[in-house]
Design a protein around this ligand. Structure first.
Ligand code: PLP
Length: 282
């Protein structure tokens, strides 16, 4: 059955059992640290052709994020079976799957954990084709470099995105306030293409992207040369093309960076299908 409603499965964090949850009913309590502190982790995973894309990398990062925050080690088999059950109910369409693992209730000390699959927002689908206008913003906060984690704490990122939209941009690339180096997108990894060279920023305090990792592995096998590089704004402006890559949007080309228009490269379709193919390899 194809359902366009969100599908939710709760994961019982210690025993590992899973249960369906009615999306019209509330799920978390008033004293959940996800709400009061943004204290928890998540993964966003693309569902395509009835499969979760790039799943091993997501599961690995999820485990690492939990360890970084000192959450009980997630029972991955339960998360995977909740994901399978949700895919089955969601049907065949493309979907956004989110794993959320909160430190849970202050009063009980029990973590809260659930998996959702929902349709992908129209805006996100449109940006795959249309590209994005990007504002640069210094990022004055960072997570400790030795604890890279995909945490629920995105309030400052969302505030920066709203500011960008008010100013006529679609997205943000963060820069390091001291050196001006390029860090990452608001919810994506920056990738540049020049000839057969793919580059992504080398920087502390950025989230290791699963999409970028899948892309680099596949692109290397297709004859591209891929590596990390410390880069600044001029480096982006000198590339053939600049992309924001992430699990659900997959890839969107930066068509404007601040006041600079970035021309579409001749190989736009080739790069797009390279990224798309990298995401289809499981
Ligand atoms: N960087 C940040 C800050 C993100 O929030 C995300 C995704 O949400 C990414 C990078 C891209 O990660 P992935 O390719 O694993 O989706």
């Amino acid at each position: 059955m194809v359902s366009q409603k969100p599908v939710i499965f709760v994961v019982e964090p210690f025993g590992g059992s899973i249960r369906w949850h009615n999306p019209s009913l509330p799920l978390i309590f008033w004293d959940d640290y996800a709400v009061t502190r943004g204290d928890g982790i998540f993964e966003s995973i693309l569902i395509r052709d009835g499969q979760a894309a790039n799943l091993n990398r997501h599961a690995e990062r999820f485990r690492n994020s939990a360890a970084a925050l000192g959450l009980p080690e997630p029972i991955l088999e339960s998360w995977l079976s909740a994901t399978d059950a949700a895919i089955e109910e969601f049907g065949d369409g493309e979907g956004k799957c989110t794993w959320t693992y909160s430190r849970g209730r202050a009063s009980t000390g029990m973590p809260t954990a659930w998996v959702v699959i929902q349709p992908i927002a129209e805006e996100v689908l449109a940006q795959r084709d249309e590209g994005v206008r990007v504002m640069l913003s210094e990022r004055g906060w960072s997570f400790p470099a030795e604890l890279p984690a995909k945490t629920l704490n995105y309030a400052a990122t969302m505030a920066t995105l709203r500011l960008a939209r008010e100013r006529g941009f679609d997205d943000v690339i963060f820069t390091d306030p001291e050196e001006g180096h390029i860090l990452e997108g608001a919810t994506s990894t920056v990738v540049t293409v020049k000839g057969n060279k793919l580059r992504t920023p080398a920087a502390d305090n950025i989230l290791p992207g699963t999409t970028q990792a899948a892309l680099f592995e596949y692109a290397e096998s297709q004859g591209y040369r891929c590596k990390q590089k410390v880069m600044d704004t001029d480096y982006l402006l000198g590339a053939d093309s600049v992309w924001l890559v992430s699990s659900i949007r997959i890839a969107t080309r930066v068509r404007r960076l601040e006041e600079h228009k970035l021309k579409a490269p001749n190989n736009e379709a080739e790069i797009r299908s390279l990224i798309d193919a990298a995401m289809s390899r499981g």
